[in-house]
Design a protein around this ligand. Structure first.
Ligand code: MG
Length: 164
C-alpha cells in the first residue's frame, strides 16, 4: 500500500487530471462558439483523454489498497483570446502537469515504492507526447498567422482526430 503521504499526492494528481479534463472541455466550448468545429472536436477528445488519466490513477490507487478521496475541481476560464493564445495555455498547463508528475515520481523513488514509480513512468512518457503535440500545433498556428483559409484547413485536420 502506498504511504499516506504518497496516497495524498496521488489523490492530488487525480484532481489535476480532472482539472485538465475540465479545462479542455471549456476550450472545446470556446472553439464551438467561434465556429471552429474541428478544434472543438480535438479539445473534446483531449478532455476525454485527461479523464482517462484520472481514472488510471483512481484504479491504480485502489489496486494498491489505497483510498481515493476526490477533491473539488476549480472553475476553468471560459474565455480564450484566440486559438493561438488557447494553445499557449495548453502548453503551459501540460508543462505544469509534467513538473508535478516528476515530483510524484521522485517521491515514490525516495520512499522505495517501486510499483508507484513504474506506474508513473507511463505518465512521464505520456507528458512527452502531450508537450510535443502542443508545441507542434502552436508552430502550425504561428504559420497560419491571420489567414482564415489556413485556419480552416487546420480546423479540418484537427477535426479528424481519432479517425485515422
Ligand atoms: Mg494528463
Amino acid at each position: 500500500m502506498p504511504s499516506k503521504k504518497l496516497e495524498q499526492a496521488i489523490n492530488q494528481q487525480i484532481q489535476r487530471e480532472f482539472y485538465s479534463s475540465y479545462l479542455y472541455l471549456a476550450m472545446s466550448a470556446y472553439c464551438e462558439e467561434i465556429n471552429l468545429d474541428g478544434f472543438a472536436h480535438w479539445m473534446r477528445s483531449q478532455s476525454e483523454e485527461e479523464r482517462a488519466h484520472s481514472m488510471r490513477l483512481f484504479n491504480y490507487l485502489h489496486s494498491r489498497g489505497g483510498t481515493v478521496v476526490l477533491q473539488a475541481i476549480a472553475q476553468p476560464p471560459s474565455k480564450f483570446r484566440s486559438p493561438k493564445k488557447m494553445f499557449e495555455e495548453v502548453l503551459k498547463s501540460e508543462q505544469t502537469v509534467t513538473k508535478e508528475i516528476h515530483k510524484l515520481y521522485e517521491m515514490a523513488n525516495k520512499e522505495g515504492d517501486h510499483a508507484t514509480a513504474v506506474e508513473l513512468q507511463w505518465f512521464i512518457q505520456e507528458q512527452v507526447e502531450e508537450e510535443k503535440t502542443a508545441n507542434d500545433i502552436l508552430a502550425k498556428l504561428a504559420m497560419v498567422g491571420d489567414q482564415p483559409a489556413a485556419l480552416l484547413m487546420m480546423d479540418r485536420s484537427l477535426g479528424s482526430r481519432g479517425q485515422q
